[in-house]
Design a protein around this ligand. Structure first.
Ligand SMILES: [Fe+2]
Length: 540
């Protein structure tokens, strides 16, 4: 979703936007405070103010890895031929080593790419050891890529895991300082990304700090491919991919705002077939993100095991089978018991994953807010699909499942809370003890997409205190990400936030923390973050 038009206009006003707007690849070019005409320019345009040149060469879009298993990981890059129209097939060599100097090559191979897949490269390195850091690189067109660093999942008894959790990275709204913070951390097992990796809007429609390519709204396969390419020229995003494996899911903006399985609020009939647009967005996603493709590239719900400490269950509550959003809180269709958010097949699979998991922590990585918030009733979130939410809560309760942690994106606000069926009914939920809470929910802020303005956020905070007793930590206006730190004894979320994203520099700071003890299903506030560890050496 994006916030209401009124909220956005207020947020945009607070940004004081002015522009000779830097475009794709101008990562370190400051926004020009003297104003000017927004101009995206071509994606490889040089920075307007003498900053470093944008990346060039065949591997300008960097390297990435993802979907780690105990013995395998997906490796990704993209080659940019001098003349894509005449390039034909490009053969790319890949190598994976156990050391940064590539003295010990563990596995290697060749991959042929071409225009049919936008010159993207995706291979699976197999036969790897569990819980191990590896380094990888690609060679093609007489050049070698930067070196990437990745890590396989552990097996057996696991004492500690650490993930960064992020969502919602509107390029147009500003700089990716959150990605910069993630890329600088070396002690993460993986990055969990909960959707809105891109936004489909044309320039000026949603944010005007940076100009994306293409300048117009993404509708076609070519449009979506160019939008991903634009994002991957950002140095901070490239570095966050280069240093960590990512486990990703999509939200609405990978196709169009407030999408459901058969349409989207931001799709009009004159824009063509929604089915074609959705297929185009999903194809570009598959090409540009380092996820393991399934037979049907539209099916991205899948799960990952991290030994006995965590199972990660990744959902698609957006495009797979969601029924159309209700028109409002009074819409009679809201009460329908057959209303679907996940679809019967995905819902049955989720139940099976939850009830058969033998891991301590069951992480449910998904898109939209699950907790009932009367204050922010949202037809686009689980609020709008109450029967589906009740069925999931029934699964948690009837199976006496403990230690389920729901990870959420979508709303560009940081909120941590208990998950109770009726959090404002004292007989059903006690905010002091957590009695009545079935699980906990941790909501990631936008990397760059706006929440509320600071002033509105401050006013809302007093309303949260009064009306949302399940919330144990929040920040409704800053951008960033959180670190999820797991041990057999507790799960802790630590939010790292930046004051704004309209300048290309700015330090992150600890915002707030929460934790839940094993078996508690209830959050308490934490004053200090879990200390960072050393981690394996950075990719050089
Ligand atoms: Fe978003």
């Amino acid at each position: 979703m994006k916030l209401t038009r009124r909220d956005i206009l207020k947020a945009a006003g607070a940004l004081g936007v002015a522009a000779a707007i830097p475009g794709c690849g101008d990562d370190d070019a400051p926004a020009n405070p003297d104003g000017g005409t927004p101009d995206a320019g071509p994606p490889d345009a040089g920075p307007p103010d003498g900053g470093p040149p944008p990346p060039s060469g065949p591997f300008r879009h960097g390297v990435a890895s993802g979907d780690p298993l105990a013995d395998a990981v997906i490796l990704w890059t993209r080659v940019t031929p001098e003349d894509p129209a005449t390039a034909g097939d490009v053969v790319v060599q890949w190598e994976l080593a156990s050391d940064t100097a590539f003295a010990t090559i563990v596995t290697s191979g060749m991959f042929t790419t071409n225009a049919a897949r936008d010159f993207t490269v995706k291979v699976e390195a197999t036969g790897l050891s569990a819980a191990s850091t590896y380094y990888y690189r690609f060679t093609a067109l007489s050049e070698t890529s930067v070196i990437g660093r990745t890590k396989t999942a552990p097996t057996g008894s696991v004492a500690h895991l650490r993930f960064a959790v992020a969502a919602c990275a509107s390029y147009a709204h500003g700089y990716y300082l959150g990605y910069r913070g993630i890329g600088a951390r070396l002690d993460l097992d993986a990055v969990l990304f909960l959707g809105d990796y891109i936004y489909e809007y044309g320039n000026g429609e949603y944010g005007s700090t940076r100009a994306a390519d293409p300048t117009t709204e993404c509708l076609t396969l070519s449009d979506y491919r160019r939008r991903y390419a634009c994002h991957r020229l950002d140095a901070d995003l490239r570095e966050a991919h280069r240093q960590h494996p990512w486990i990703t899911t999509w939200d609405d903006h990978e196709v169009a705002d407030n999408s459901w399985s058969g349409g989207a609020e931001n799709h009009q009939p004159e824009e063509g077939s929604y089915a074609d647009r959705k297929a185009a967005g999903q194809q570009a996603y598959s090409e540009w993100l380092p996820l393991r493709d399934q037979t049907d590239r539209a099916k991205i719900w899948r799960s990952f095991g991290y030994g006995n400490l965590a199972d990660i269950i990744v959902l698609d509550s957006r495009h797979w089978a969601r029924d159309e959003q209700a028109t409002g809180v009074d819409d009679p269709t809201l009460a329908s018991p057959t209303r679907q958010l996940l679809g019967a097949d995905q819902e049955a699979w989720l139940t099976e994953r939850l009830t058969t998991s033998t891991a301590q922590w069951k992480l449910v990585a998904q898109q939209v807010v699950m907790s009932p918030f009367a204050l922010f009733f949202n037809t686009d979130a689980w609020d709008g699909y109450p029967a589906a939410r009740t069925r999931l809560f029934d699964v948690l309760e009837t199976n006496a499942l403990d230690d389920v942690v729901v990870l959420t994106g979508d709303i560009h606000m940081s909120i941590a809370g208990d998950l109770a069926r009726n959090p404002t009914v004292p007989a059903e939920y006690d905010p002091l003890t957590g009695a009545g809470s079935l699980a906990v929910e941790l909501v990631a802020p936008g990397i760059s997409s706006p929440g509320l303005t600071r002033g509105i956020a401050m006013a809302q905070e007093s309303l949260i205190r009064a009306n949302a007793p399940q919330a144990k930590g929040w920040n409704l206006w800053q951008r960033g990400y959180f670190v999820l730190d797991l041990t057999p004894a507790r799960a802790q979320g630590d939010w790292f936030l930046v004051p704004d994203v309209i300048r290309p520099t700015g330090a992150e700071a600890f915002g707030f923390g929460v934790s839940t003890a094993t078996g508690a299903n209830h959050l308490v506030a934490e004053d200090t973050p879990v200390p960072s560890g050393a981690g394996a050496p950075a990719a050089p």
